[in-house]
Design a protein around this ligand. Structure first.
Ligand SMILES: [Fe+2]
Length: 160
């Protein structure tokens, strides 16, 4: 079985996803559910293929599944979610047979997925960031005018 399917079945992963679902049940802005994670994974994987990069599906999907798990910490005590997600991701990846070098890449990517840092084009971090950002269909979102994303950041058309 692909290791990212071990993540989906991991008890800690499921516990955090259930907490996020509960916290976001009345949220009208973008949610951080499994659909979002899979959108990110698939778009990042398409970009990877289109650009002829060779990042593995197992790494891309693992990063996507884990990158927003720290949202529950953010809702609870304002811990920035990228930091909390990286910590939780390391633990889950260890339980799902990912090697130290893979865990380091995935956790670093999660730590840098908020767009605060300039990423090297075509790097794993860059591919993942594009997938995360492009996963949101801003042009058809009911909260378009209330969202904090800048006009230039909002996706005005469907790309993937
Ligand atoms: Fe995300």
């Amino acid at each position: 079985m692909e290791r990212y399917n071990l993540i989906i079945n991991n008890p800690l992963y499921q516990e955090y996803m259930n907490q996020i679902q509960e916290e976001e049940k009345n949220r009208t802005f973008c949610k951080h559910n499994i659909e979002h994670s899979l959108d990110v994974a698939r778009i990042a994987y398409i970009i990877n293929l289109e650009k002829g990069l060779k990042f593995s599906k197992d790494l891309i999907y693992a990063t996507a599944l884990l990158h927003d798990l720290g949202r529950c910490a953010q809702y609870k005590d304002n811990t920035p979610h990228h930091k909390a997600s990286a910590k939780i991701a390391y633990k889950i990846l260890s339980e799902c047979n990912y090697a130290e070098i893979e865990k380091a890449l995935i956790c670093d990517t999660i730590l840098n997925h908020s767009g605060d840092k300039d990423l090297l084009p075509d790097s794993f971090q860059w591919v993942f960031y594009q997938g995360d950002k492009l996963s949101r269909q801003c042009s058809i979102c009911e909260e378009y005018h209330n969202c904090y994303w800048s006009e230039e950041m909002k996706n005005q058309r469907i790309l993937y």
